[in-house]
Design a protein. Structure first.
Length: 106
């Protein structure tokens, strides 16, 4: 499976949530899909989550534990490497909401 590699600026957004905007359209890398469940690496820290789309941007909100483990703060520019993953049954059943990236378990 193709991997998506890009640099993104970590920023504080609406309601003080920390996020990144993806500079690439996932559909151009992996084909059009209703949802993009991903796993990835940033600063040697493995994470998993979902790519969201809102207000014309593909984005991911970064969970506090991921920010701490990867030592990221708003204003940092970091290299992200993402690849598709199969969602858990629970994830597949839930309605899409805000797209979070969290530290990978295990």
């Amino acid at each position: 499976m193709k991997k998506m590699k890009f640099e993104a600026m970590v920023f504080e957004g609406h309601k003080e949530l920390i996020a990144i905007h993806l500079p690439l359209d996932p559909a151009k890398i992996w084909g059009k899909q209703p949802r993009y469940f991903i796993k990835g690496i940033v600063k040697k820290c493995r994470f998993e989550g979902e790519i969201g789309f809102r207000r014309g941007f593909h984005y991911m909100l970064l969970e506090e534990a991921l920010l701490k483990k990867a030592k990221l703060i708003p204003g940092d520019l970091a290299l992200f490497v993402l690849e598709l993953r199969k969602p858990t049954e629970e994830e597949a059943k839930t309605k899409a909401t805000l797209a979070w990236a969290r530290v990978m378990k295990g």
